[in-house]
Design a protein around this ligand. Sequence first.
Ligand code: KG4
Ligand code: ZN
Length: 353
Amino acid sequence: MNYYLRMKDKFQSLRQKEDVLILAVESSCDETSIAIVKNGREVLSNVISSQIEIHRRFGGVVPEVASRNHVLAISNVFEDALKEAGIKKEEIDAVAVTYGAGLMGALLVGVNFAKGLAYSLDVPLIQVSHVHGHIAANYISHSSLKPPFMCLMVSGGHTALLNVEDYNKMTMLGTTVDDAVGEAFDKVARVLGLPYPGGPEIERVAKNGTSSYKFSVSKSLSKTYNFSFSGIKTEVVNLVHNKKQKGEEIDAENIAFSFQDSVTDELCSKTLMAIKNNNVKKLVVAGGVGANSMLKSKLSQMCEKNDVQFFAPILRYCTDNAGMIASMAYYMMKDGLGLAQLDLTAKPNVELK
Ligand code: KG4
Ligand code: ZN
């Protein structure tokens, strides 16, 4: 039987199998990660090799450097993931991989590794969208969480409100019309002279600050679920440049606090509108900015007031990791979705839907 037909058969029979072990590969940005997850929920291993220290000296991720370091790391990460899970590679039922969105060269390393592995083990290959993976970070964090829920997606590449009706059925209510929220955090951090990645640095510095500046997000989108963060980012950048020109001191702590405060208020007010208009009972936050304590505490208070259950991924699953990709792949497989052929290639942009 030809390879693809054989995989189709194997994929179908996995849907009925009692215990399914999925190995997932994630290399969309600067984290090389391989995880083994049982039945979409039980993380047997989730090894992450971070390149943060390498990219820090450039002030951001250098795509070519990222791909080369994925190549160097991926085989060891794979061996470590098997060892930590205590399984042999022959026990793996399917290989999943992030095929996009992300950096082309970085994604290609993971996609090609996953293709080779799936072929050599003669198991199905499942293609997963990175941003869907971020939602599934909540499934490996909260064992009983199931759709339906409202999801606030806040990462370095996306900002969106998604009505998640089922594991593989979601409607986007709104998205950013310009910068993603994580991108705005990173750019503001950079102008304040803070190291990469900027989000956690803004949070750290803001701990000693107060709301002494009034930064504001554009009001033109206030009746919609869409977001805009480029205005507030430019406001901060201009303020810092003006201060520098005048030789004034840059009070990074207060600037960081005021920026974080305004941005998290905006995320909360749109989310509240989505909750009220859609009879929502559960709110889930997903993506790297979901690690932000101020955001989580504001969302959690808002949910309590409105009788909504609030979920955020545990900290290590907020940012990029392969565990979330394995979990998403499991629920795709259950619905018969995502089986890839060996001509699968990486996609820098994947529509969020
Ligand atoms: O989800 P993620 O790891 O990668 C993408 O898929 O984009 O998100 C990375 C983004 C970066 O912009 C980073 O600065 C931001 O998440 N981030 C944070 C925090 N931790 C990570 N932003 C604010 N506060 C944090 N604690
Ligand atoms: Zn991500």
